[in-house]
Design a protein around this ligand. Structure first.
Ligand SMILES: Nc1ncnc2c1ncn2[C@@H]1O[C@H](COP(=O)(O)OP(=O)(O)OP(=O)(O)O)[C@@H](O)[C@H]1O
Length: 321
């Protein structure tokens, strides 16, 4: 299986600069979460990958070569605006779409049966799509993206509006496809889900990728903070070099280390040992742990960061990019 490379895409709609040099890659066997505010450029990027929209500049490569029509036919795509015929029956529609991707009549019927069953909509095969709930329509939409056994999955907000069981079913299918070697990229605003499911995450802001990496790699770009449950911090933190108290609540203190050189195991700098020693010198310590911000917290920090000049943002290189 191959890698999808998105290289320096630019796109302008009238005077709106939707993409300003967006770059990232999605590797074989990984689930890549594509996140960013409304209007940041996710759908535009995905449409360019699919070829339904042309970029002004930059390139999309598949398996090291500029992506062509043949490669695009092997993509499983779930568009944001969805793409099912409302009056066509679920089963007939899935067979029809699979045949458009080149499957024989028998292969298309087998794939339709397998995927409607896996996605829990087999009982609805004879119903018109418009008679299904939105969540079930979405399951059918995912089935449509999967019937031709795609080599790459590109899904625009596949989880929006799904109930928790449907989220689990969808997550399981994506993990299974990724485990089979398929690169999977999806956009979402459900950051807890992205954190749980994705191997790597890219955060796009104003048309430029500002962070790319595993959640742990994104955490390493953050200032290091430690929780100490022990002697009240006011009595000892001031004596530790490069440390400042960000919260003091009785026995619990949160200590921030000013950014320093390099990181050690777990992405820590090793300078935390000085914090621990100072705390122990002041009294018994019951807990000493690294604060691990959630993706939601990391995202808020990135997205609300002071706006750098546009060109500087476009040049930002994320961890692991
Ligand atoms: N057809 C269009 N004509 C004009 N402007 C457009 C068009 N499509 C998108 N845009 C603009 O391009 C920018 C990027 O939009 P895009 O839909 O790619 O964002 P997004 O990250 O997918 O947002 P959302 O999370 O809301 O779906 C926005 O400013 C949007 O208004």
């Amino acid at each position: 299986m191959a890698t999808l490379e998105i290289d320096s895409l630019t796109k302008t709609y009238g005077d709106v600069r939707a993409l300003r040099g967006t770059s990232f890659d999605v590797r074989a066997g990984e689930i890549f979460g594509f996140v960013g505010s409304n209007g940041a450029g996710k759908t535009t990027t995905m449409r360019i990958v699919l070829g339904v929209l042309a970029a002004d500049g930059g390139e999309v490569r598949w398996d090291g070569r500029p992506i062509d029509l043949a490669a695009r036919r092997r993509i499983g795509y779930m568009p944001e605006e969805r793409g099912l015929y409302p009056r066509m029956k679920v089963g007939e529609q899935l067979v029809y779409l699979a045949r458009l991707h080149g499957l024989s009549a028998t292969e298309a019927k087998d794939a339709m049966e397998r995927w409607t069953q896996t996605l829990g909509v087999d009982a609805r095969r004879g119903d018109e799509v418009q008679k299904l709930s939105l969540g079930n329509q979405q399951r059918v939409q995912l089935a449509a993206a999967l019937t031709h056994d795609p080599e790459l999955l590109v899904l625009d907000e596949p989880f929006s509006g799904l109930d928790p069981v449907a989220v689990d079913v969808m997550s399981g299918v994506l993990r299974d496809r990724a485990d089979a070697g398929v690169p999977v990229v999806f956009s979402s605003h459900q950051l807890d889900l992205v954190e749980r499911l994705c191997d790597r995450v890219g955060i796009i802001k104003d048309g430029a990728m500002v962070e790319v990496g595993t959640i742990d790699e994104l955490r390493r770009t953050e200032t290091e903070r430690w929780v100490v449950d022990g002697p009240p911090g006011a009595s000892w933190i001031g004596a530790v070099p490069d440390a400042r108290a960000v919260r003091l609540e009785g026995s619990r203190s949160v200590v921030e280390l000013t950014p320093g050189d390099g990181t050690g195991i777990d992405g820590t700098s090793g300078r935390e040992q000085a914090v621990l020693r100072a705390a122990l010198a002041a009294g018994p310590v019951h807990e000493f742990s690294l604060v691990r911000p959630s993706l939601t917290e990391l995202y808020r920090d990135v997205v609300s960061a002071e706006d750098a000049p546009a060109d500087a943002a476009a040049e930002t290189v994320g961890v692991g990019a």
